[in-house]
Ligand binder design. Structure first.
Ligand code: NAP
Length: 294
């Protein structure tokens, strides 16, 4: 075990990242000496030299753990020595683990999502409607399919939705349970009558797009469903407010963010940090994130 843990995050931009607060809380709770640094690396090709150098520092043991965020979750795929089955199936890495000079690409977004969504009072029939088919949606799809869910998925951009579908058609998951629907009020209305969970994996509602909602005007939110909104800033998006007003149990994405961080931390140090301690630290430094879903 190292005397000092050097951890960090690769991505761009990183100005508002909550990861340092989360991981410093975990280091303190574990009684470990260490730091969590930000490595702002621009997108490729500009960021290629800095990305390679940072990964090399980790291979040499200077860094013991790295998280990876936009725009590098996919860029690091060909640069690691091994992928865990979840990182391979999702096609994205959010955690780099150092093992005997080798870099292992892992993904804790999917188990992080599952751990947090399970806090909702979900009914038994496992059918979900997923809004958005970008990077975060891939982790959600993998998580739900691997737990036997059926998913209706839509995106403003039909090419994005079909590319996600094609990706999972080649993976070892039950891709027959994934159905792409058009981003129209009619199709969303029809699908929503069958689901017990709606997941927002679009940036609609996220700061600064606070006036946007991915839910079509004039379509009622299905009573009996729950809402999971991956956005956590603001704590309550327009969609989450509407769902709350319609009586749907709701949760925003702050819990998923904390879970993925805690699982990354555990994969590096073996210590399983307390979520409530992480939560306290986040809301102490960012009081506006203390929303009504926790
Ligand atoms: P992304 O790769 O840009 O994908 C978002 C997708 O949603 C794009 O395909 C986009 O289409 C589509 N979209 C945008 N507005 C839409 C709308 N109104 N209706 C339907 N589809 C729409 O983004 P991402 O990385 O997946 O992130 C998505 C959201 O999840 C962000 O708000 C992010 O902060 C959040 N997130 C949260 C966590 C967490 O731990 N809580 C983790 C990861 C991401 P276009 O490309 O055509 O715009």
């Amino acid at each position: 075990m190292p005397n000092t843990w050097h951890l960090g995050l690769i991505g761009h931009p990183l100005g508002h990242s909550l990861s340092p607060v989360l991981h410093q809380a975990a280091l303190a709770e574990a009684g470990l000496v260490g730091d969590y640094a930000l490595f702002p690396i621009p997108p490729l090709p500009e960021g290629q030299p800095a990305l390679l150098e940072t990964l090399q520092r980790m291979r040499q043991g200077e860094l013991q753990g790295l998280n990876v965020t936009i725009p590098h979750k996919q860029s690091v795929l060909p640069l690691v020595d091994e992928l865990t089955p979840s990182a391979k199936a999702i096609g994205a890495v959010n955690t780099l683990i150092h093992h005997s000079g080798r870099l292992i690409g892992h993904n804790t977004d999917a188990p992080g999502f599952l751990a947090d969504v399970s806090q909702l009072p979900l009914r038994k029939s496992k059918t979900a409607l997923l809004l958005g088919a970008g990077g975060a949606a891939r982790a959600v799809v993998y998580a739900l399919l691997s737990q036997g869910w059926k998913i209706f998925m839509t995106d403003l951009n039909p090419d994005q939705a079909s590319s996600l579908y094609q990706h999972f058609a080649t993976q070892e998951v039950e891709s027959a349970n994934l159905t792409v629907i058009a981003d129209t009020p009619q199709e969303i209305h029809q699908a929503s009558s069958q689901v017990i969970l709606i997941v927002n994996a679009t940036p609609a509602g996220m700061h600064p797009l606070v006036n946007e909602t991915p839910w079509p005007e004039g379509v009622a939110l299905p009573s009996g469903a729950c809402l999971y909104d991956l956005v956590y800033n603001p704590a309550e998006t327009r969609l989450l407010q509407s769902a709350k007003a319609a009586g749907l149990p709701c949760r925003n994405g702050l819990g998923m963010l904390m879970e993925q961080a805690a699982l990354s931390f555990e994969s590096w140090t073996g210590f399983n940090p307390s979520r409530s301690r992480m939560w306290d630290e986040v809301v102490k430094t960012n009081p506006s994130l203390a929303g009504g879903t926790r």
